[in-house]
Ligand binder design. Structure first.
Ligand code: MTE
Ligand code: MO
Length: 377
C-alpha cells in the first residue's frame, strides 16, 4: 500500500501516520485552488488500502428495503437507471487541527486512531456518482422502521484486540435530502484507489468518518450502526470528561461539522518584513448544510476584527469551503498573534480559545485559529 501512496499522492505530503496511512498536503498548497488536486487531497485511513477489481466489484443493498439488490459497477453507472449527480463538496476529518488540542492537553492518547492533524485534514472536490436515495428507490424503498442506513467498507482495522470492517451509518433523513452520494469520480477522474476505488460514499456537511471508502454493502437498519467506529469513535465529550470517567455512553456521536476556519499563510512562528500590511489567507467552512458568509481576522489576538472583503472570498457553494485572503493593516512590531474566525449563514461563529472546546477524544477543533508571527514594519 506504500506504493499506492507514492503513486497517488504528491511527493511532499506530510505523512501524519505511516500505517494506517494518514497524510495531509503541505499547508502552503492547500488553498492555492478552490478545488483541491486529487494528489493533494488529505488521506485518512483506519487500516490498509484494499485493491478491488472494478469489474468484479458488486454492491449489496439489503436490510429493511423492499427488494434487496446486488449491483455491478456497470449497472450503477447506467445513466438510464440512475441519473448522475455531481456536486462540489468539502470533506473534513473531525480531527482537523487536532494538534492544537494535543498542545493544550493530550487527551485520549490513542494516537493510532487520533492522528495529530494540522490544518490540512480538509479538502474540496467535485464528486460524481448517484444519489443514494435513487438506489434505495430502485430497491422498492424502505420497509419497517428503517431510520438509518449503514455502510460497509472493504478495509479492516484492529481495535482493542479485534478486527473490524470499517462500518458506520447515517440517518435516513440525510439520504432523503439527496445529501448522500455514491461516488466513482473525483474531479473528473476515476476515484483513486487511496480514496476508496471503485465506489465510496460522500456525505455532504458531515464529518469525513461517515463517507465510507471501498464501499461493498449498504444496509437499511432501525438504530444507528452498532459497529465500533459508530459507537466508540467520533464521540464528543464535555470538558468534564477525562481519563478517570470517560465512557463511550457519555459521548455525543458527531455528525454535522461546525463552522471553522484556518490561517494558511503566513505560517506559525515566521518573521514578516512589511510596509504596514500583512497578507493573510486561508480557508473557512461550515458543515450541516451551512456555508461561510463572513470571515474576520485580527492582528492583535482577537481585540479588533477586520472583515475580509467579499470579493476576496472564493465562490459560495452549499457544501464547500471558501478560500479567502486579506491585506491586514499592521503597525505594531514584534511578536503578534494573527487570528481568524468565520460566521456562517445561520450566524454561528467559532469558540474563542482551544480550551473553550477541548474534549477528551480531541475532535472538532473549531476555535478561532491563531498563528504567531514576528512583525518588522
Ligand atoms: N472509509 C473506510 N472504508 N475506511 C476508513 O478508514 N476513514 C474515514 C472516511 N472513510 C475511512 C473511511 C475518515 S475518518 C475520513 S476523514 C474520510 O474517509 C477521509 O477520506 P479521504 O481519505 O478520501 O480524504
Ligand atoms: Mo476522519
Amino acid at each position: 500500500s506504500w506504493e499506492t501512496v507514492l503513486k497517488e499522492k504528491s511527493e511532499d505530503m506530510i505523512h501524519v501516520l505511516q500505517f494506517p496511512y494518514n497524510g495531509e498536503a503541505p499547508s502552503g498548497r492547500l488553498i492555492k485552488t478552490e478545488l483541491t488536486n486529487n494528489k493533494d487531497h488529505f488521506v485518512r485511513n483506519h487500516g490498509g488500502i484494499p485493491d478491488i477489481d472494478p469489474d468484479k466489484w458488486t454492491l449489496d443493498i439489503g436490510g429493511l428495503v423492499k427488494t434487496p439488490q446486488k449491483l455491478t459497477l456497470a449497472q450503477l453507472q447506467d445513466g438510464s437507471i440512475f441519473p448522475r449527480q455531481s456536486n462540489i463538496a468539502t470533506l473534513q476529518c473531525s480531527g482537523t487541527r487536532r494538534i492544537e488540542q494535543i498542545h493544550e492537553y493530550p487527551g485520549d492518547g490513542d494516537e493510532l486512531i487520533n492522528a495529530p492533524w494540522g490544518e490540512g485534514a480538509i479538502a474540496t472536490a467535485r464528486w460524481t456518482g448517484v444519489s443514494l436515495k435513487k438506489v434505495i428507490k430502485y430497491c422498492g424503498g424502505l420497509v419497517g422502521n428503517a431510520d438509518n442506513i449503514e455502510f460497509y467498507g472493504a478495509d479492516t482495522y484492529f481495535k482493542k484486540g479485534s478486527v473490524h470492517n470499517y462500518t458506520v451509518s447515517v440517518p435516513w433523513r440525510k439520504v432523503k435530502a439527496h445529501e448522500v452520494l455514491l461516488a466513482w469520480e473525483m474531479n473528473g477522474e476515476p476515484l483513486p484507489k487511496i480514496h476508496g476505488s471503485p465506489v465510496r460514499v460522500v456525505v455532504y456537511g458531515y464529518i469525513g468518518a461517515r463517507s465510507v471508502k471501498w464501499l461493498y454493502k449498504i444496509k437499511a437498519i432501525h438504530h444507528p450502526s452498532a459497529a465500533p467506529v459508530q459507537r466508540k469513535e467520533y464521540l464528543y465529550y464535555t470538558p468534564q470528561i477525562g481519563k478517570q470517567n470517560a465512557q463511550y455512553s457519555n459521548g455525543f456521536s458527531i455528525q454535522d461539522m461546525p463552522v471553522s476556519s484556518a490561517i494558511i499563510t503566513p505560517q506559525n512562528m515566521g518573521q514578516i518584513i512589511h510596509d504596514g500590511k500583512i497578507r493573510l489567507s486561508g480557508w473557512a467552512y461550515s458543515g450541516g448544510g451551512h456555508w461561510p458568509v463572513r470571515v474576520e481576522v485580527s492582528g492583535d489576538g482577537g481585540s479588533i476584527w477586520y472583515e475580509v472583503p467579499a470579493e476576496n472570498m472564493s465562490t459560495k457553494y452549499f457544501y464547500a469551503w471558501r478560500t479567502w485572503w486579506i491585506d491586514l493593516p499592521v503597525d505594531a512590531e514584534g511578536w503578534l498573534e494573527m487570528c481568524v474566525r468565520c460566521w456562517d449563514n445561520a450566524m454561528n461563529t467559532q469558540p474563542t480559545f482551544v480550551r473553550s472546546a477541548w474534549n477528551w477524544d480531541l475532535h472538532v477543533t473549531s476555535s478561532a485559529h491563531r498563528v504567531k508571527i514576528y512583525s518588522i514594519n
